[in-house]
Design a protein around this ligand. Sequence first.
Ligand SMILES: [Zn+2]
Length: 329
Amino acid sequence: MTKAFASQADLDDKKITFEQLSAHCWAYTAEGDPNSGVIIGDKFIMVSDATATPAMARDLIARIRSVSDKPIKYVLLTHYHAVRVLGASAFAAEGATEVIASQGTLDLIVERGQQDMQSEMERFPRLFRNAESVPGLTWPTLVIGGGEPARGEVPGKLTLDLGGVKVQVWHPGPGHTRGDTIAWIEEEKVLFSGDLVEYEAGVYTGDAHLEEWPATLEALRALKAEAIVPGRGEAMKGQAAVNQAIAYTQRWVETLYAAAREAAAAGMDLKASMAHTRKSMDPLFGHVFIYEHCLPFDVSRAYDEARGIKNPRIWTAERDKEMWASLQA
Ligand SMILES: [Zn+2]
């Protein structure tokens, strides 16, 4: 039997939870679908990740409006993936004047944003319902990490005062993509990690830097967060739970990449690498949401990186389906 491509057969709605984590921080989570974060200051609001379409963003805005009428001034793109960024235009009507991203993310939008949009829309149609409301690619207006750091500062770190709460935004290192960016509320010890951290959901690594990802996770662990909104999965509270989410992601990345290195060293082709990877990944992660969606893309990227391809190859709608067919055949 042929499995439906990616998540084309996944049409069941998820239950959305909008939950307060600290004095100013909120989590918008959806049972394994892409999460967003909200930081509500006395003057301004920041949203971390803009959802997949303006129509979907309007649900997030409605949740925000149930607790605050302040302008949503900042929209942070934690990375370039379409499910995170294409809803951004909905926030302009709510006062958003700045769309923030790292230099690495801007470079990726320029290089492959268009292909990614097409590819993601076909992979996961449920997340792109009302795709006609997307006006095009989302372009950042405030780009961090391009210049030289001042002495003693983390390179490219931006601190924004929302009124009674400060948000630090920076690129802690490559991982899920080359440009991953986080929001960190130090006073409240709340971390918005984007897809650098997931919990009990598939960890998509199709555009990842697997060798470097664990070190980036260590940088996040060193923050000693007391709460985290991961890219997918429920918000976690308490340092032990935060570390559990980080460890979950690390285990996925390391298990996947170890299998790919073994496959490459043994001269296996991609299909054999997939079978080899399943031996270690299925027992650990086979039960989690979108595991079967992620695995073919993950194995493809891990196999490439293990064979020395440093920069992830661009996924197109055509490449997606060719790869899928070749691994099913
Ligand atoms: Zn992503």
